[in-house]
Design a protein around this ligand. Structure first.
Ligand code: NAD
Length: 287
């Protein structure tokens, strides 16, 4: 049999660097995106013209799709292809634990393996292959993904054996990132009201206890520059924080901060429906 073929579904408007890294690692990669594949496909990849064609061409299919409903639909389509070659689906998207558990159950019923494997580190981390990848699934299937995971990510963590556990990890991480973005926006607007300039505030914060990825990365590179172009949509961050808020309610763990922060991101998404998530700064400045 030919060498393992990897599929990649969901290439994004700017192309998906993770898919490119799989090609650069010398893996056989076939890709597909509903919005048009050829113009988004990285050099060295092959293209499929449908999910069905992907399912018969690839053994292991990576997904990088907007949300849980899309992942559920695409995974179901793959599983339903009668003569499929695909045996494993690896979901790099952020979907929340409920969707991951449900997809895992329905793929297991179809005799397929599901690996829940969201990533963190933004577009810059994806380009540099320094992402954190957190995964949950069977040990042997995760071991088989070693080369692919290390091509995509700088740090790979198996956080559990059950789909949904990596999503829980990803949501709590993004909640902290989202909170730092909101709090840093408010704090620097307060500082500006006292005549402090942004560069000075960031220089102090980044050698003080208030630092975070917001102060070290997003604010100096994307907000102070006025470019608002981190490459992660406000709508996607709002989705992640809402998912976190819902899961916290279900778990019955403390939710005071989640309640406030999810409202701020909902407001940002409504004010900037197609905007980058760094727009939370302009949203809070205007409200
Ligand atoms: P994106 O919207 O830029 O890309 C998603 C792609 O999926 C689009 O090209 C779209 O055409 C395609 N697509 C949608 N439905 C499809 C379908 N049914 N079949 C085939 N293709 C379909 O999103 P993104 O920013 O690349 O994010 C993808 C996922 O990764 C999301 O779950 C997001 O939360 C997560 N994520 C993104 C980042 C980031 O910095 N962009 C970081 C971490 C996690």
């Amino acid at each position: 049999m030919a060498a393992t073929a990897y599929g990649f579904i969901g290439l994004g408007n700017m192309g998906n660097p993770m898919c490119g890294h799989l090609c650069d690692a010398g893996l056989n990669v076939v890709c597909y995106d509903a919005a048009g594949t050829a113009e988004r496909a990285p050099e060295g990849s092959e293209t499929a013209n449908s999910i069905e064609a992907m399912a018969v061409a690839a053994d292991t299919i990576f997904l990088s799709l907007p949300d849980g409903p899309v992942v559920t639909q695409v995974a179901g389509e793959i599983a339903g292809v009668a003569d499929r070659r695909a045996t494993t689906i690896v979901d790099l998207s952020t979907t929340g634990p409920d969707a991951a558990v449900a997809v895992g159950v329905s793929l297991a019923a179809a005799g397929m393996v599901f690996i829940d494997a969201p990533v963190s580190g933004g577009r810059s981390g994806a380009v540099a292959a320094t992402l954190a990848l957190m995964c949950a699934g069977p040990d042997d299937a995760i071991a088989d993904l070693d080369t692919a995971f290390n091509a995509i990510a700088g740090n790979v963590f198996q956080v559990g054996k059950k789909p949904g556990q990596a999503q829980a990890m990803k949501l709590l991480n993004n909640f902290l990132s989202a909170t730092a973005m909101a709090a840093t926006s408010e704090a620097t607007l307060f500082g500006a009201s006292h005549g402090l300039d942004m560069d000075t505030m960031l220089a102090v914060l980044n050698t003080s206890s208030g630092r975070s990825t917001a102060t070290e990365d997003k604010f100096p590179k994307r907000i102070a520059t006025g470019t608002f172009d981190a490459g992660f949509a406000a709508a996607l961050m709002s989705k992640d924080v809402s998912l976190y808020r819902d899961q916290v309610a279900r778990a019955g763990t403390p939710d005071s901060v989640a309640d406030v922060v999810s409202g701020l991101w909902r407001g940002t998404r409504e004010a900037f429906p197609d905007g980058d998530f760094t727009e939370i700064y302009r949203y809070l400045a205007d409200n």
